[in-house]
Design a protein around this ligand. Structure first.
Ligand SMILES: *Cc1c(COP(=O)(O)O)cnc(C)c1O
Length: 404
């Protein structure tokens, strides 16, 4: 990691670190960090090469391991997720991966062996659910899903062989929250690492490591890029846990490309201002549609009607950029509304500058049975609105005419 800045990062705020934590300036004296398109790096001499491979010194070797661009991206994300003090003291480390799913998979597969058990929250991103139900069982790793709102279910399902706890909060797309401070305490007293997918909140709204989580995983594809351009992922957290992830990723190869890392690092510079606007637009939209005649309900963490509103206020600084609209009239109503959209996009991504509306029951969560969907609060008429950065009145007007 490149940390030789002329300023003391521990004295600086989130926005300043996001803008100013840069790779050291090269001999060219560039102001904006360049893109390093090189698959490998030269060694000074035979001794230098030996020491690098023996991991006695750090430095660039080969872009499957790391590159100046992935280093900068990860270093900055470590500062934002864990704080400058944890970075200076060497308590946290991070790696970048090619996608959110490669981050999720690496964070799990690097730590489990045949016979191990994983405990997870029930409401998970669709592909994460597929890893637990269809992929890990091939290697003899079992799992259980605990109920988010029922502490006794965690007590009941944890086993001596539980090697990690994996959760998502707020969940996709149901916007269920999990009390991270409570769960971290539950995990820590049992010596079980807690892995949190922090994709929906980003470190700007929620810092799981400060609440006691061991590791945070990200789909950087979403708010971290924020402009719907690239895939990327990252794992950030406790140094010993990350050592296993780094080993696994080095040798299995889910490396983030230098180009994507370069973009993502620059995207982090605007994360705070983008998230402020995503959140204020989302809150305005949620308030506008609450009580609408075409809707059964509206769900947004910072609406007082959200069942976990108090927890949301405690755990997050703002409610995030996702609003859930539950349409009366189920599947047909959902599909009709989608086909009437003029401004908002019908697409499967989220966290973009452009407002995106998704119908999980027919797309991202279609592989779940109706019963499994119902168990995580995904009704047939549920629309997930990833509220973008357009003028909020225009977004509201488009959804109004689509629901009319
Ligand atoms: C999108 C997403 C992922 C997967 O990320 P990719 O970059 O698409 O691989 C994982 N978790 C959550 C919560 C997501 O929204």
């Amino acid at each position: 990691m490149s940390a030789d800045h002329p300023f003391d990062p521990s004295a600086l705020g989130f926005e300043t670190l996001a803008v100013r934590a840069q790779h050291p300036v090269s001999a060219e004296r560039e102001h904006s960090v360049p893109l390093y398109l090189t698959s490998s790096f030269r060694f000074d001499d035979a001794e230098h090469a030996r020491a690098l491979f023996a991991e006695e010194v750090t430095g660039n070797v080969y872009s499957r391991y790391a590159s100046p661009n992935t280093d900068e991206f990860v270093h900055k994300l470590c500062l934002l997720e864990a704080g400058a003090e944890a970075v200076r003291e060497g308590r946290v480390d991070g790696i970048a991966t090619a996608s959110g799913m490669s981050a999720v998979f690496t964070a799990i597969a690097a730590r489990v062996s045949s016979g191990d058990h994983v405990l997870a929250s029930r409401a998970l991103f669709g592909s994460t659910h597929q890893i637990f139900t269809r992929i890990l069982p091939k290697w003899g790793v079992s799992h259980d899903y605990a109920d988010v709102g029922d502490p006794s279910s965690w007590e009941r399902l944890v086993r001596p062989s539980t090697r990690l706890i994996f959760v998502e909060t707020p969940s996709n797309p149901g916007l269920e929250l999990l009390d991270l401070a409570w769960l971290a305490q539950f995990a820590n007293v049992r010596g079980i690492p807690l892995v949190v997918d922090n994709c929906f909140a980003t470190p700007y709204l929620q810092r799981p490591l400060a609440l006691g989580a061991t590791v945070v995983v990200h789909s950087a594809t979403k708010y971290i890029d924020g402009q719907g351009r690239v895939l990327g992922g990252a794992i950030v957290g406790a140094r010993d846990y990350l050592a296993d992830c780094r080993f696994f990723a080095r040798h299995t190869g889910p490396a983030l490309s230098a180009f994507n890392a370069w973009l993502l690092s620059k995207s982090l510079e605007t994360l705070a201002v983008r998230m402020d606007r995503h959140c204020s637009n989302a809150l305005a939209l949620a308030q506008h549609f609450e009580g609408h005649t075409a809707l059964e309900s509206v769900r947004y963490p910072f609406l007082p009607s959200h069942p976990q509103h108090d927890l949301a206020r405690r755990q997050m600084t703002q409610g995030g950029g996702i609003v859930v609209l539950n349409l009366r009239g189920g599947l047909d109503a959902g599909r009709r509304a989608l086909d009437r959209l003029r401004l908002c996009s019908h697409s499967a991504n989220l966290g973009d500058t452009r407002t995106i509306v998704t119908h999980p029951a027919s797309t991202t969560h279609s592989k779940l049975s109706p019963a499994e969907r119902a168990a995580v609060g995904i009704g047939d008429g549920l629309l997930r609105v990833s509220v973008g950065l357009e003028q909020v009145q225009d977004i509201i007007a488009d959804l109004e005419q689509a629901l009319a």
